[in-house]
Write a protein that binds this ligand. Structure first.
Ligand SMILES: *[C@@H]1O[C@H](CO)[C@@H](O)[C@H](O)[C@H]1NC(C)=O
Ligand SMILES: *[C@@H]1O[C@H](CO)[C@@H](O)[C@H](O)[C@H]1NC(C)=O
Ligand SMILES: *[C@@H]1O[C@H](CO)[C@@H](O)[C@H](O)[C@H]1NC(C)=O
Length: 151
């Protein structure tokens, strides 16, 4: 029992420290584009949702002093560096997507459990506040992000 506990604690510390200690596979990756599979996943996620500028949630957002706008509208397809996209943060060394802030983005729709959003394995922060998501089980599914920080 004590051994199992120690083992699981060890796995926990590994998972907490690996993002920091993993060395980049690219010696000079500031010149690299973002990862192809992650860009694809992001575009799939974007295309699975509608943009509704007249959503009442966007009005709530405006009342809080944030200007709602469709951040995903600027996301472009092939050849573009998704690390430069609106709302996207990448690890500067590995170029993996580590943050996604799509608050107040006029998004409308559902996020199913098989959404490609959940394939972003390096994601550590996710903000989807003030969008019009129909009941979709975001909380249980977010356990699929191994690196996601709990607020
Ligand atoms: C890394 O890439 C940047 C931008 O392309 C370049 O200015 C710099 O000289 C490169 N550094 C090395 C060590 O190659
Ligand atoms: C956009 O949102 C408004 C308010 O929530 C809603 O009445 C309208 O039907 C939505 N438009 C579409 C195309 O779903
Ligand atoms: C998710 O599953 C639905 C059916 O349950 C399917 O139609 C859809 O294509 C799937 N989406 C992805 C991204 O796999």
């Amino acid at each position: 029992m004590g051994y199992l506990l120690r083992l699981s604690l060890c796995l926990l510390c590994l998972s907490l420290h690996s993002p920091l200690t993993t060395s980049s596979p690219y010696p000079n990756s500031s010149a690299q584009l973002c990862h192809e599979d992650e860009r694809f996943a992001m575009l799939e996620f974007k295309n699975s949702l509608a943009i509704n500028v007249s959503s009442s949630i966007s009005q709530a957002c405006a009342r809080r002093g944030q200007v709602p706008y469709a951040k995903t509208a600027s996301w472009k397809a092939a050849g573009s560096d998704c690390c430069q996209w609106d709302g996207v943060t990448c690890n500067p060394l590995t170029r993996h997507i580590i943050g996604l802030d799509l608050s107040c983005s006029e998004l409308q729709g559902t996020i199913p459990a098989n959404s490609t959003l959940f394939t972003l394995r390096h994601l550590r922060s996710l903000n989807l506040a003030f969008n019009d998501f129909y009941p979709s089980r975001i909380s249980p599914s977010s356990a699929r992000f191994p690196a996601l920080e709990t607020p």
